[in-house]
Each structure stands twice: as C-alpha cells, then as structure tokens.
Design a protein around this ligand. Structure first.
Ligand SMILES: Nc1ncnc2c1ncn2[C@@H]1O[C@H](COP(=O)(O)OP(=O)(O)O)[C@@H](O)[C@H]1O
Ligand SMILES: Cc1ncc(C[n+]2csc(CCOP(=O)(O)OP(=O)(O)O)c2C)c(N)n1
Ligand SMILES: [Mg+2]
Ligand SMILES: [Mg+2]
Ligand SMILES: [Mg+2]
Length: 305
C-alpha cells in the first residue's frame, strides 16, 4: 500500500475531530480548553523490545495508545488528542496494517483521545511505533512524583504481576491463560482513578517498568524512603493460581497501574490497595511476614544505552 493510501484509508477514518483537519494539512490545530494546563507525553514501542512481531496487530495498536494514556492518568490529566508515528517493515502487510488501525481506533475511543496526526515511514527492519498524547488538567493541579511526605500511605491500583505472566505465555514459557495474556496485550490505563486523585494524592506515577524500580523513582523524586509490605501487594486470583509470588510480581513490569501516596487521613477511591508508607530517608525497605526482605538486584526493566 502506498503511504498516502495508508493515511487516507486507515488513519483518516480515525481522525474525525476538527483539530485533525481530515489529515489534509501539514499539522493539527487544536483549541485547548480555557484555563487548563496541557499535559504532554510520548512513549515508543519497538518489536522485540515491547511486543513480539507475531503479536496480533490490533493488540499492538491498543497497547500503544494505552501505555501513553497511562502516563496521562499518572498526572491526573484528562485525555485530548494523539500524534502517531509508524515505522513499518515488509512483515507488516496490508492485513497487519488494517488490524493495527482497528485496535488503535478501539483504544482511542475507549480512552477519549482524538487522532490529530502523525508520520509514516517504511523500510525499517523491525516495526517501531511512537505516540505523543496530549491531555489537560486544571491549572496548577497536575499530579507528579515529587510530593510524598513522611507519614503518607503508599497505594497501588489493580493487581500487579499479571502482565509479566502474560509475557511468559506470549513467549511460550508458561501455559496459556487468556485473562493474563489480555493483561499484557490490552492494558486498561487508570484514567478515572488518576483524575479522582487530583487534590488527594501527594505523589503519583504509573507502574510500567516494575513496581520496585518505579517506586524507587517516586522515592527519589520526593526525597523520601518507602516502606513496602510485600504481603499487601495485590495479586490476582489468576496470578496466585499460576504460583506467582509477590517478590516476582513487583519486578515484572507492564502493569500500567497507578502507584501513589496520600496523607493517612485521605479518602482513597476503591480499586487501590495500601501497600506501605512513606518514611524519612531514601530508597526502599521491603517487609514480609514482619521481617525485612533484602531488595532484589533486578528491580524492573531499564533500557541500557
Ligand atoms: N529521549 C527523551 N528526550 C526527552 N525527554 C525524555 C526522553 N525520554 C524520556 N524523557 C522524559 O523523561 C521522563 C521519564 O521518562 P520515562 O522513564 O520514559 O517515563 P515513563 O516510564 O513514565 O514513560 C518523562 O518526563 C519523559 O518525557
Ligand atoms: C517482547 C517483550 N519483551 C519484553 C517485554 C517487557 N518489557 C519490555 S520494556 C518494559 C518496560 C516498559 O517499557 P519502557 O520503554 O520503559 O516504557 P515506559 O516506562 O517509558 O512507559 C517491559 C515491561 C515486553 N512487553 N515484550
Ligand atoms: Mg516513557
Ligand atoms: Mg510513566
Ligand atoms: Mg510510559
């Protein structure tokens, strides 16, 4: 398919907002809501690194939107629009492209994002997808990683470790369980929770690389320590049945849950679990069954450059 046909046939139908101008101009033109601050983020997904080239293309499209929306959720932002970068190889034929567009469109709809534009290239050895998303918050109210105070409690949404098990399944290393595979391939960013945490959470981030490595980042940004009770880390029924332990769950990554702190007297919405507290000092202290647990050497995913 020619680049212009890809844009006309697959992308333009997803780009119905006035801001996108039918993808017929050189750029989008968007009017931000009065008095709101823009929140902007970008995440990349590369074949072999973030997904398998053999994954269903609709799932790849969904996940690209979801991981970006998750960073908006972490900031307490309301989603507005997205710019998409597509670099494809010969393995991504017309069927793959149509499937990708379908999953992408489903996620844009699900998370309230308009497709505003992007860029398309071919000829790369392995597909690489990038997305910039734009959201907005009430001015001065964006959440961040930096506000945790000693005495606050530490919370996490949903369940942790499901996607890591899903990855082992996708790689053929564990018996297939559709619900866990779905947790890897169709993550549900916690947009409603993030928005509800504005004015409640003292610090917030999403968990993409692993709960421990991400908690270390929150602790460092807030200049505090975090005491984490491994027994309190929420595991799904499916993960327990698969034999997952908490110490495995907290380093597995791809969770796209929210990790946040709030004052001890704050009313935290349902769907989150208290897993510890904010303390003076630095770094993480792990506990299980009332005993200190040494920090594992590998605490999550980090790209080596
Ligand atoms: N290549 C880059 N150039 C500029 N900023 C970057 C780059 N990579 C990451 N960042 C910024 O660094 C911060 C942390 O990025 P990252 O670890 O990717 O966050 P997340 O895990 O939430 O996606 C973000 O504010 C992001 O915008
Ligand atoms: C094929 C494959 N291998 C490994 C993983 C696991 N994985 C790779 S990178 C990563 C962390 C998230 O990616 P990153 O680029 O750091 O996203 P960000 O934290 O910036 O949102 C995880 C969990 C995967 N999802 N797919
Ligand atoms: Mg990122
Ligand atoms: Mg993030
Ligand atoms: Mg991210």
């Amino acid at each position: 398919m020619a680049e212009r046909d890809f844009i006309r046939a697959l992308m333009a139908p997803l780009a119905g907002s006035a801001a996108a101008r039918g993808l017929a101009d050189d750029a989008a033109v968007w009017t931000p809501p009065l008095g709101r601050q823009l929140v902007l983020t970008h995440d990349t997904m590369a074949a072999g690194v973030h997904f398998l080239a053999s994954d269903p293309p609709g799932d790849v499209g969904w996940k690209l939107v979801a991981v970006n929306a998750s960073d908006l959720a972490a900031m307490g932002a309301r989603p507005a629009g997205a710019l998409l970068s597509v670099a494809l190889g010969t393995g991504q034929d017309a069927d793959w492209q149509a499937g990708f567009a379908r999953g992408l469109g489903q996620a844009l709809d699900a998370f309230g994002l308009a497709l505003w534009g992007g860029d398309t290239v071919s000829g790369v050895a392995a597909p690489v997808l990038g997305m910039t998303v734009v959201g907005h918050v009430e001015a001065g109210r964006a959440l961040g990683r930096g506000g945790a105070q000693p005495g606050d409690r530490l919370w996490v949404s949903g369940t942790i470790g499901d996607a890591g098990l899903g990855l082992a399944m996708a790689q053929g290393l564990a018996p297939m369980q559709p619900w866990l595979l779905k947790r890897l391939r169709r993550p549900m960013p916690r947009l409603a929770l993030g928005a509800a945490l504005v004015g409640v959470a003292s610090a917030c981030m999403d968990v993409s690389d692993g709960l421990l490595i991400d908690a270390e980042r929150l602790a460092a940004a807030s200049s505090v320590g975090l005491a984490i009770d491994l027994d309190a880390v929420p595991l799904s029924e499916a993960a327990r049945a698969a034999g997952l332990s908490a110490i495995e769950a907290v380093v597995s990554g791809d969770d796209y849950e929210l990790l946040f702190t709030a004052p001890a007297d704050a009313v935290v919405s349902a769907g989150a679990c208290c897993i510890g507290s904010v303390v003076r000092g630095a770094g993480l202290a792990l506990n299980a069954d009332g005993h200190a647990v040494p920090l594992p050497a590998r605490r999550g995913w980090e790209h080596a450059l």
